[in-house]
Write a protein that binds this ligand. Structure first.
Ligand SMILES: [Zn+2]
Ligand SMILES: [Zn+2]
Length: 89
């Protein structure tokens, strides 16, 4: 389900960095979150801190640091539904 960004895939001549879209050569690439990244482009989606393979956490195919890794959303949905029902009754 990677419909959000870029449908084009370029097979030859190196991979495209998922952060900046430029070519990443294999001697510098980081493989994380089902994509490849420049070491400087692998950043937390929330706070932009630079991540490494040891610190990156994946959620919805986006990289996050450990403190900003979103919780699974079904808890929030359940909460809001419960709230709406509570307000109606
Ligand atoms: Zn990059
Ligand atoms: Zn963060």
């Amino acid at each position: 389900m990677s419909s959000a960004r870029g449908g084009a895939t370029f097979g030859a001549g190196g991979n495209k960095c998922a952060g900046c879209g430029k070519t990443v050569y294999s001697n510098e690439q980081l493989k994380a979150v089902n994509a490849v990244w420049h070491p400087v482009c692998l950043k937390c989606t929330t706070c932009q801190v630079t991540l490494s393979l040891k610190t990156v956490e994946a959620f919805n195919k986006q990289p996050y640091c450990r403190s900003h890794l979103p919780k699974a959303s079904h808890t929030q949905v359940a909460d809001s539904v419960a709230t709406r029902q509570a307000l109606r009754t």
